[in-house]
Design a protein around this ligand. Structure first.
Ligand code: ZN
Length: 218
């Protein structure tokens, strides 16, 4: 079982499900030639795929196009179902930074065939997660910079308030479809600038005032 920590506290959560949002930044939807969605696009990652700051991301041999996606990640602290705005906001207990590593070649193939893209998003080491900063310690303003450097070069550079659906809206929407429980993580989508990684590349991911990660591709 995977765990996540709250920074500056003894608190730990066993990770439940990992719910991810696709195309939540308009510029990223555009760069992949996709329409801006009317509802959040939801998919899942198994918790067993999680790794942490400093761990290596293992490039599967069956893909030739692995992409980085830096994302704001929400940690759920309460059980909720059919939440209203306030309950959805209150269920978010902390913020972290994550990487949703994606096998873009497989994803495009699956999408073309009308099949689920699960295997493009669920290989071991495809989910990187930082420690979380609790909401008591830090209130998200939306102005936080979300940045990814690849081998020292800036590749993704946006702010959290460019999201189409806000953290509260995402949590509310998901809770209408599935119960959210303490320890569930929500990856909220990536801004533009996704690119292919090669073995040996080093990724530095950060969200201002929240956390940073450094991971190497093997
Ligand atoms: Zn993503």
């Amino acid at each position: 079982m995977k765990k996540v920590k709250i920074r500056n506290s003894e608190k730990e959560f066993i990770v439940g499900k990992i719910v991810c949002v696709g195309r939540n930044y308009a510029e990223h939807a555009k760069e992949l030639g996709n329409e801006v969605p009317k509802f959040p696009i939801i998919f899942l990652k198994p918790p067993s795929t999680l790794i942490y700051d400093g761990d290596n991301i293992v490039h599967p041999s069956y893909s030739n196009e692995m992409h980085h996606e830096v994302e704001l990640v929400l940690l759920i602290g309460k059980e909720i179902k059919n939440a209203n705005d306030e309950e959805a906001e209150n269920a978010i207990t902390g913020y972290g930074v994550g990487l949703d590593m994606t096998l873009r070649d497989l994803q495009n193939e699956y999408r073309k065939e009308g099949n689920p893209w699960t295997l493009a998003k669920s290989f071991d080491t495809c989910g990187v997660i930082s420690d979380f900063v609790s909401k008591e310690e830090y209130r998200l303003t939306g102005d936080e910079k979300i940045v990814l450097h690849k081998n020292g070069n800036i590749q993704q550079n946006s702010t959290v308030n460019k999201m189409i659906f806000s953290p509260m809206e995402i949590v509310k929407y998901i809770s209408e479809r599935m119960t959210l429980e303490p320890g569930d993580l929500i990856y909220t989508g990536t801004p533009e600038g996704v690119s292919k990684v090669e073995r040996g590349d080093v990724l530095k991911s950060s969200i201002e005032n929240i956390a940073q990660l450094e991971n190497k591709i093997l």
